[in-house]
Write a protein that binds this ligand. Sequence first.
Ligand SMILES: Nc1ncnc2c1ncn2[C@@H]1O[C@H](COP(=O)(O)OP(=O)(O)OP(=O)(O)O)[C@@H](O)[C@H]1O
Length: 349
Amino acid sequence: MSQTVLELNGISQAYGSQLVVDNLFLRLEKGRIGCLLGASGCGKTTVLRTISGFESVLTGDIRLNGRIVSSPSLTLPPAKRGIGMVFQDYALFPHLRIFDNVAFGLRGLSRAEKIVRVHELLELVGLKQEQHKYPHEISGGQQQRVALARALAPRPDLLLLDEPFSNLDVTLRERLSLEVRDILKAYGATALFVTHNQQEAFAVADEIGVMSAGRMLQWAGAHELYHQPADTFVARFVGEGVLLPGVVRARGEVETGLGVLKGDFKEDFGGGAAVSVLVRPEDLVHDDDWPVKAEVVRRNFRGASILYTLRLSSGDLVQAQVPSHCNHVIGERIGIRSDVRHLVVFPRT
Ligand SMILES: Nc1ncnc2c1ncn2[C@@H]1O[C@H](COP(=O)(O)OP(=O)(O)OP(=O)(O)O)[C@@H](O)[C@H]1O
């Protein structure tokens, strides 16, 4: 049976009169990796600081393994929470060797036990060979893996990671984020990390919470967030594509600039209702035999594919992801066919 490690029940937090976390709920099961995803300033770090006990809550409570650690009348000190932290700047001790950095938080163990534990962790993050080096003698990616090993060493119930990859270059970021996921899974850790980078969230997390202005808009797996966004903010924030204006013709049918799109959608809009339909770039297929033509207004070459921004004859813009051997110039008219598998429809405001 699954066991809930972390629960946030309607927590709020403010700096002065500015509410930065607003009635936030979240539940993370043992062994799962969660992620808070949102633009800068939406309150992600404040939520982490509140979970770790550096901030208190104004409303609601935080439970770790069922025990209340924060409520308006209680803030258990950080050291008593059994939480490990990894920061974006690694925060390694520059004057300690890698071995001693990892051993730092291990209390109550004999020297022999410490050696076994540190070696186990360094093995896990693939850095046993580097144990005698100092932090400045290893790369940024390696330093972040040491920070991870150090945080895991005392066997925390929960690991919190604050923008753990943001100091690394793009290629390393991508590789390390996958490596970190493998390490956390191999260890069976329960972890919550924050990022503003959705590719990172997709690569690492089992569940992602999209935040805006201190609120949690949706908490779901990457597939669900992408294909069934809860509202237009999440639809725009996660992934690419457009919200195409349309009018409901009948149940499951919407008239748009791409023609009539058909498919089930949850909401029961009446005929004639003005709606927005989410159209992702992969929902459109380049097909010059198709009668619907659109004008190329922008192109973004991505190597394997080109993301075209196209103007329909209705004047609406859509985006299409097309294999990059289909090379078209701005101003050209190309055929596009919609291959929308399921309709995501919102009331148009
Ligand atoms: N110590 C503080 N005192 C006053 N206001 C603060 C403090 N820390 C953060 N804030 C404000 O609270 C809001 C949320 O900040 P927070 O750092 O939690 O956001 P974030 O989503 O983590 O942003 P980033 O991705 O830029 O780190 C912001 O408007 C920020 O300016």
